[in-house]
Every structure is written in structure tokens, then in C-alpha cells.
Design a binder for this molecule. Structure first.
Ligand code: NDP
Length: 326
């Protein structure tokens, strides 16, 4: 495993990390989650991603149980959470980044995670109804209180990130150091075009999500929807049209030929492709069982095999299927 700086911040994160969306508390109980985290840690993962809203707090509770049981040295791993969606009703409990919600949400997360602090805390989406200045001050205070070490954003526009950074710069507050965007072979415009100048200008780091496009890039949806897959989960139905898209699945078939030539599997190729981007600090992988964790993390061995001609071939295959013109 290689470790990369989180943009210009000093924190070093494993280039592949492990997250808990959909899986913890839905497909996996504490025992299964523990097996996956232990396998990931043994293969060098030092960053575990979570969010308050995942399984309505249950995902944090499970991760907290696992961390307590495994009792790794605190310096050896980093944990994140994210705030915005909320898990309680009421005008200040949902879809907000206001100061009241943020200052209370962190306490709930720390309790469920059984931690004194989280390493990274993300504003899970932008909130048009709270001034960015109010959010920046709250994130700064959370850090000053020792409840979080670094903060960042998830799916904010480049101009929103820049506005937050400039407010922090002006008032000598803790700056956002990382963004968490979706990034995979079919979804790349934001990372490769919109944020382009932020890497150099403010040293933004990236921890990217859904490297397998929720499973599409494993090839498992080429022949329909397999039993037990994410697409069979009732509240994930919104993913079905994308996962079963015939044209994208045909491109996935062509990518499989490339993977075979490289001596790797399709998920390994897709994850390595994300990690080959030097602006990515960590590719957050997801898995519903431990075999997937073991397979996916071996993608680190594929990254150096992605030569310029190989990347060009991949470009040719995905051209016209994603959100970025070739
Ligand atoms: P992926 O796109 O990689 O999808 C992971 C899913 O694909 C698994 O749960 C599994 O689903 C299937 N899969 C994984 N590996 C294999 C394999 N080797 N063979 C076959 N199937 C496989 O990532 P996620 O969408 O899970 O996102 C990763 C993480 O990113 C999340 O856990 C979360 O931490 C973060 N995230 C952040 C978001 C944000 O808004 N900030 C949004 C979404 C995710 P199954 O077996 O059920 O089919």
C-alpha cells in the first residue's frame, strides 16, 4: 500500500481506503464489518470513511464497535464522518449546515463511534440556506475543540469550495483541505475539469467515492441483476437504470479484455484507474463481503501497469459513455 498526502495537508492516507455506505447496518452486521475492516487494515488501509446518515447512525455505531474490539493504535488509522442530511426531524435536524446542527451532530457521531475525535469531517453537501461563513466558523470551532482534526466538503462546486477557503484564509480559521467527489470511469468531469485549478491554487486533496459506479464496473450487471447485489436492495432502486444501461455494460465488456491483458480483474482495473490520477489522495472502496475487499485492494499492484498507451486504449473504450468529452 502507498500513502499519499491529503492534498497540501500533512495527513497521509492510504491510496485505497474503505467506506461503509449501503453496506454497514444493511448488508453487513458488526461481525462481517469487522472482518472487512481487519482485512483492509492488514492490507495497509489506514482510512475508514463513514457518515452520520449512513443507516441513520447505525453505520457509525457498527464501526465504533469494531474499532473498540480491534483496538488498533489510534495513530495507525483515520476515521471520517460527514454532516448535512441529518438523522432527526425538525428544521435544524435535516439538510442543513447551520451552526446549531453541526455543533450537536459531532457529539452524536463521537458517541456512536466511541472516539474522542474524528480525523476528518466533511460537509456532506452544500447548504444554500446557511451562509458559508457560518459553516466555516462551525467547522473551525469543531477542530479547535479537538473533536475533529481536518475538515472538507463533499460534492461542493469549485466556487463554493473557493469561497469557504477564502473566508478561512481571511479570518485565520482552519481551512477545508479535502473534497469528496464521485469519481470513476463514467463520472469524471468535476475531478478532471471543474476542480482543475484548486489542486494548485489551494492544495485541495481528494478522497473519491464509488470507484466501481456501485458495481457497474465489476461487470456483474452485464447479464442482468444478480441475486444479492446492490441493485436488488429496494431503496437502491434508483441505481438500476444506470447499472443495467446496455451501452455502458458493453463498454465494461471491452474493459474486461484490457483487464485480462493486464493480468487483473475488472474491479481492480477500475479502481487502479481512479488511483492513477495524482490529484486523488485516496480512492474510497466499498464492499459487501470480505472477498471483495481482498480483491479490490490488490488494485494497488495494477496502478503502475497503467502505461500511457494502455490509458489511451481505456479512453477509447469509455469515450461517449460518461460525463466527459474525450
Ligand atoms: P463502489 O462503486 O466501489 O461500489 C461498491 C459495491 O460494489 C459493493 O458494496 C459491492 O456491492 C460491489 N462490489 C465491490 N467490489 C466488488 C467485487 N470485487 N466484485 C463484485 N462486486 C463488488 O463504491 P461505493 O458506492 O460503495 O462507495 C465507496 C464509499 O464511498 C462508500 O462506502 C462511502 O464511504 C463513500 N461514498 C461517499 C459518498 C458521498 O456523498 N460523499 C456517496 C457514496 C459513497 P454488492 O456486492 O452489494 O453488489
Amino acid at each position: 500500500m502507498n500513502y499519499r498526502r491529503l492534498g497540501r495537508a500533512g495527513l497521509k492516507v492510504s491510496e485505497l481506503s474503505f467506506g461503509s455506505w449501503v453496506t454497514y447496518g444493511n448488508q453487513m452486521d458488526t461481525k462481517a464489518a469487522g472482518e472487512c475492516m481487519a482485512a483492509a487494515y492488514d492490507m495497509g488501509v489506514n482510512f475508514f470513511d463513514n457518515a452520520e446518515v449512513y443507516a441513520a447512525g447505525e453505520s457509525e455505531r457498527i464501526m465504533g464497535e469494531v474499532l473498540k474490539k480491534l483496538a488498533w493504535p489510534r495513530l495507525r488509522y483515520a476515521v471520517s464522518t460527514k454532516f448535512y442530511w441529518g438523522i432527526t426531524d425538525g428544521p435544524n435536524g435535516k439538510a442543513t449546515l447551520n451552526r446549531k446542527y453541526l455543533m450537536q451532530a459531532i457529539d452524536g457521531s463521537l458517541r456512536r463511534l466511541q472516539l474522542d475525535f474524528v480525523d476528518l469531517v466533511y460537509c456532506h453537501r452544500p447548504d444554500p440556506e446557511t451562509p458559508i461563513e457560518e459553516t466555516v466558523w462551525a467547522m473551525h470551532d469543531m477542530i479547535r475543540q479537538g473533536k475533529a482534526l481536518y475538515w472538507g466538503t463533499s460534492e461542493w462546486s469549485a466556487s463554493e469550495i473557493m469561497a469557504a477557503w477564502q473566508i478561512a484564509e481571511r479570518h485565520h480559521l482552519a481551512k477545508p483541505v479535502v473534497e469528496q467527489p464521485e469519481y470513476h470511469l463514467f463520472h469524471r468531469r468535476r475531478v478532471e475539469v471543474e476542480y482543475r485549478h484548486l489542486y494548485h491554487d489551494i492544495g485541495l486533496g481528494l478522497t473519491t467515492w464509488s470507484p466501481l459506479a456501485s458495481g457497474l464496473l465489476t461487470g456483474k450487471y452485464r447479464a442482468g441483476i444478480p441475486e444479492g447485489s446492490r441493485a436488488t436492495i429496494p431503496r437502491m432502486k434508483f441505481l438500476v437504470p444506470g447499472l443495467t444501461d446496455p451501452r455502458r455494460n458493453e463498454a465494461v465488456g471491452q474493459l474486461e479484455t484490457v483487464a485480462k491483458e493486464l493480468g487483473c480483474t475488472l474491479p481492480q482495473l477500475a479502481i487502479a484507474w481512479c488511483a492513477r490520477n495524482p490529484h486523488v489522495s485516496s480512492v474510497i472502496t466499498g464492499a459487501s463481503r470480505v472477498e471483495q475487499v481482498r480483491e479490490n485492494l490488490l488494485a494497488v499492484e495494477v496502478v503502475p501497469k497503467l502505461s500511457a498507451p494502455m490509458l489511451e486504449r481505456i479512453e477509447g473504450i469509455v469515450a461517449g459513455h460518461g460525463d466527459r468529452a474525450p
